[in-house]
Design a binder for this molecule. Structure first.
Ligand code: IMP
Length: 179
């Protein structure tokens, strides 16, 4: 991992988690999902855009027969959650009776999931679980059950590995934290 600061939109970030540390956490999570869903055929629902890199690595370690779809919900500008969640775009698949596993980059306030889950549950899936790369327990404002968390982090703003700061930083293989 680079040991130096990076600057995005004039804001400094320092190295926080290396690609190797992320890979280990993601592999461990995939192993748990493989064990828990043995014999089932889940439908993974990747939440764009932030979840793309995590999803790609996680799914490479999923040995289950499964389907993968992508949806988009947008709720975030700058470094603080706006609390507004827009429409869910892109879910055309039949989810009734399916075991859904949502793949999300980070659960912060939980607002995104709090709005998304009822919309999915209204379509009568057999089950819904959330697989998130990061979880910030200190900022959670809604009751949520998170069974698949790759890594809990403090209430700091992070970028890289899919996560952005106003559009920048998603391509970084390591994760950085705001200084
Ligand atoms: P929530 O609705 O507050 O849980 O926020 C979820 C969304 O906020 C995530 O999908 C991210 O897009 C964004 N987000 C929350 N914390 C961070 C962060 O530290 N870095 C980058 N994006 C974040």
């Amino acid at each position: 991992m680079g040991s130096s600061l990076i600057t995005l939109h004039g804001k400094d970030f320092q190295p926080y988690l290396s690609a190797a540390q992320l890979a280990e956490a993601v592999e461990n999570l995939a192993a748990r999902i493989n064990a828990d869903y043995a014999g089932r055929q889940p439908l993974f629902v990747v939440i764009l855009t932030g979840g793309f890199m995590f999803a790609s690595d996680l799914l490479k370690h999923i040995t289950l027969t499964c389907e993968v779809v992508f949806i988009r919900v947008s709720s975030y500008e700058g470094t603080e959650s706006s609390g507004m969640v827009q429409e869910v775009l892109g879910l055309r698949e039949e989810v009734a009776g399916r075991d859904l596993i949502l793949i999300e980059d980070i659960v912060d306030t939980g607002t995104t999931m709090h709005h998304l889950l009822p919309r999915l549950l209204a379509q009568n899936p057999a089950s819904v679980e959330i697989a998130t790369l990061f979880f910030k327990p200190a900022s959670l404002r809604h009751e949520l059950t998170l069974n698949y968390v790759a890594r809990e982090i403090p209430n700091d703003f992070v970028v890289g590995y899919g996560l952005d700061y106003d559009g920048l930083g998603r391509n970084l293989p390591d994760v950085y934290v705001a200084v």
